[in-house]
Design a binder for this molecule. Structure first.
Ligand code: C2O
Ligand code: CU
Length: 635
């Protein structure tokens, strides 16, 4: 027995299956390295080049392992793979001395964890192969193939998850409409309200942390909802946002057709305002109605934390026609579970004053962040006949008197109710909700919906509430009387499908439930490109069992048809159209407000999972970017 034999190596000494496995693992790691190249090129040129080099080296190594394994090759493979893993550990713990942020540990993600697992297993195999073998293993083709198949399947699966995650990573920097060199363009930063003689209404909203009922809230000026801002049509509204939160934030004016630079979308129309920073929003309140404002940075988190409030534009006379004008904002408390109205949590009934014979206007705003089914609230007014005089702030023509009906309101939608107080007794609003298919199933299983909240107007006997299921559903498609609607009449510059889907996929760098539009998730949904002055038609198709309230920024939808049947009552002018499970909606809007505008589902989780896109005016660009580099995250 001489040492020479102990240190020799030839493929027949070892099962080729083991060698092939190491080669496959190396190949998998190489593919993941290639998949992260674009991201790293964007971040730092050298990193990108490094990953190309590593990927190529690993492909070469895998090839040599398959074809001509040798002892030297195994030693080289072992050393280099250990070095790679060590480098990774360094980058995730102390950080690297070079790059955009030297000595800052990087975050771990699905792709790099999978890659490291593949490499560590390959290291173990290289070690085993280098150990002296007592018994030579004979190669047999059948056994070799049978042994390799499970490895191929496992490594293939892991690699594809790693590659998909990497190619669907949260972008380092994504610009929704970058300037193209050599092409004339207008930056949306110039799209502001021109100076004018309008009376100015100044407000200051300080975003700040506040304890409310023993729970931490993010608030405007210390309250949830934030202060109601009331202005008169034609006012110039100037709102100073002061950010005292530990995170960056913005304010978006939901339903108000502001100039694009005032729209408050982080990474699209501005950079999110950093802690300690301020931002002044300045726009003209052109349209009377009930609107609301809320953060549009990390929206899925910041709205439920409490960053929202009502925004009311009164007619030029300075007051509404009714004796009482109340805003009723439906939302959840800080725990995210209990129904709340204007900050009054369920259990406590919200009382509003009114005397017999007086007229009352209730401005219902739905700010309830729903569950995954996106189910709308469905408030019911009892005790007096009423009219729904406006939806999403826009007056309806010839609204008839209604009895108790459940009025479906998706998150973001508003309804203005007007009624006269009866001679005797109180009027009561109860909030029920409409479940999507998932929740309907839950209720079938006996899981209750969220608790109902009530508002009592006036004093005296309280009308008894019928079982919600027996109350008819309000149907907006043939309520009121038809009148001309220039936008609905067309002609249309183009019709675009907006197909809503939901299912497992990859988003934000990991396997996730994905909500998509036209097969893509934000920010990769191809935008709809429009020209100033054209009327654009959208055909919205909901292929899910959920509700999707689809919201457009900076414009107003004219609803053309729901589920294929045309609107037969009052024209419907909405900024948020509620599309129920497996329903369709046809809407049109006049492209009269240049900019880059969001079109998204207002179910906060759906938007965060990808159901968001933009409408880009030709020739308008933005200097702002979303992604990890800027920290702008509009959803
Ligand atoms: Cu209520 Cu994109 O917003
Ligand atoms: Cu949705």
């Amino acid at each position: 027995m001489h040492t020479k034999q102990k240190w020799s190596f030839s493929p027949s000494d070892h099962s080729q299956v083991t060698i092939n496995s190491a080669a496959l693992l190396t190949l998998g790691a190489a593919l993941i390295h290639f998949a992260v190249v674009p991201e790293h090129l964007q971040e730092y040129l050298l990193f990108g080049i490094f990953f190309i080099a590593v990927g190529l080296a690993q492909v070469a190594l895998a090839f040599r392992l398959f074809t001509a394994p040798s002892r030297q090759l195994l030693v080289a493979a072992l050393v280099s793979t250990v070095a790679l893993v060590a480098l990774w550990v360094l980058s995730r713990t102390t950080g690297l001395p070079i790059g955009p942020e030297p000595w800052k540990p990087e975050d771990m993600g699905v792709p790099d964890i999978i890659c490291i697992v593949l490499e560590v297993v390959s290291i173990l195999i290289f070690l085993v192969l280098l150990l002296p073998k007592r018994r030579p293993v004979v190669r047999r083709l059948g056994r070799m193939i049978a042994g390799t198949i499970p490895v191929v399947v496992l490594v293939g699966l892991l690699t594809s998850v790693g590659v998909e995650s990497a190619t669907n990573a949260m972008p380092v920097a994504f610009n929704a409409s970058p300037p193209i060199p050599g092409q004339p363009s207008t930056s949306l930063t110039s799209l502001v309200a021109p100076p004018g003689p309008q009376p100015v209404k100044n407000f200051t909203l300080t975003a700040q942390v506040k304890q409310i009922n023993g729970q931490q809230a993010w608030t405007y000026n210390g309250t949830v909802p934030g202060p109601e801002l009331r202005v008169t049509q034609g006012d110039r509204v100037r709102v100073t946002l002061i950010n005292h939160l530990p995170v960056s934030t913005t304010i978006h004016w939901h339903g108000v057709d502001v100039p694009n630079a005032e729209d408050g979308v982080a990474g699209l129309t501005q950079d999110a305002v950093a802690p300690g920073g301020t931002f002044v929003y300045d726009f003209i309140a052109n349209d009377v109605g009930t609107y609301w404002y809320h953060s549009h940075q990390d929206t899925a988190n910041q709205i439920p934390q409490g960053l929202f409030g009502a925004f009311i534009v009164e007619p030029p006379s300075g007051h509404v026609a009714q004796a009482h004008d109340y805003t009723v904002m439906l939302h959840l408390d800080q725990s995210g579970t209990r129904a709340t109205v204007n900050g009054v949590t369920s259990g406590g009934d919200l009382h509003l004053d009114a005397r017999p014979g007086e007229t009352v206007r209730l401005r219902l705003v739905n700010a309830v962040a729903p569950g995954m089914d996106g189910g709308p609230e469905a408030p019911v007014l009892l005790g007096a006949p009423y009219q729904i005089v406006a939806l999403d702030g826009h007056d309806l023509s010839g609204p008839q008197l209604l009895g108790p009906e459940r009025i479906p309101l998706g998150i973001g939608q508003r309804a203005d109710l007007v009624f006269t107080m009866p001679a005797h007794g109180a009027v009561r609003l109860i909030d029920t909700n409409l479940p999507g298919e998932a929740s309907a199933f839950q209720s079938f299983l006996g899981v209750p919906f969220s608790t109902n909240e009530t508002v009592t107007i006036g004093t005296g006997a309280i009308p008894t509430a019928p079982a919600p299921k027996r109350v008819p559903l309000f149907d907006e498609t043939h309520y009121g009387t038809p009148t001309t609607d220039a936008v609905a009449a067309g002609p249309f510059g183009g019709t675009y499908p907006v197909v809503l889907d939901e299912g497992p996929g990859f988003h934000g760098g990991r396997p996730d439930l994905v909500h998509s539009i036209n097969g893509q998730a934000t920010p990769y949904v191809p935008p709809i490109t429009v020209h100033l002055g054209e009327i654009v038609r959208l055909h919205i198709v909901n292929r899910t069992g959920e509700f999707h309230p689809i919201h457009i920024h900076g414009h107003i939808f004219s609803v053309l048809a729901m589920n294929g049947s045309p609107i037969s009552g009052s024209p419907l002018h909405l900024d948020t159209v509620l599309v129920g499970p497996h329903e369709t909606a046809d809407v049109a809007f006049l492209a009269n407000n240049p900019g880059i505008w969001m079109l998204h589902c207002h179910v906060l989780m759906h938007a965060a999972e990808g159901m968001s896109m933009t409408i880009n005016y030709v020739g308008i660009t933005t200097p702002f970017e979303m992604g990890s580099r800027s920290g702008n995250m509009p959803e």
